[in-house]
Design a protein around this ligand. Sequence first.
Ligand SMILES: [Zn+2]
Length: 289
Amino acid sequence: MFSKLWKNILGKKPIVTNLLILALCGANAFFVPRAMEVISFGNTESLAVILYHSVREDTAHCGKYVLSKELFENDLIYLKENGYQTVSVAMLYDFVNGNITRLPEKSILLTFDDGCYNIYTYVLPLLREYGMRGVVCPVGEFTVNQNSEQKIAYSYMNIDQIRELYESGVFEIANHSYNMHGSPGRTGLVKINGESDEQFKLSVTEDLGKMQELLAGQGIECRIFAYPYGIQNDLSRQAVNSMGFICSLSCEMGINELSRGSSLMDLKRYNRPHGSSSEEFFNGIFGNR
Ligand SMILES: [Zn+2]
């Protein structure tokens, strides 16, 4: 259904066709009438989303976006011992659409941006060991240019490894753009010199569509988009929201309050830097809840 959707978007069918497809897919919470929120069952769930990037064995290069493997495992132990349960975006979608009335108690969503190779080598086995799950957000250019000599410190996953993560059932896969993450593409969903609003939106839908096709070619269904660097503006939101994603991830920090009829677009996330202990980091988010 979704690969068909991308073909329609890329084929520039009239907008009414796209709207009809989106409505038939039930894929966009924006089509839920406001009135439905008023007649909801009233369960509001608080959801924290955590943003990880790279996980390394050595601590010499740890920092804002690189966490030690030991500290990452401590995070999982902390979450388990304190009763937190990792959820999938599919489950969140079921909740906001009324297919389920509650989320598990102390739900938390773990996300991993950029598709680092160490997610495959370290994080997948650890999430399996602790019975947890997550969302990984690879970049198309990083993935297809990955050669066979991968280094845990700085390489990215190749497409076979991303497919393995998807097929493991441990990970959902998010689109993090094909070539809008810099090196060599533009840095985030931002306009470049002389680009009109319409040209910019077309550039975004074409780039993200190319990533969707890369994933769909591997049998990977991708319904989530993660904004590179969290850079968002009205035009990029319009472009992303026109593509049928059920969820998008920002880098704005904060707790998400979800109830039936809520949108899963622009979910807030907490970046997890190296330095603070698991207890300090999660207490900073949850307080004494
Ligand atoms: Zn990124």
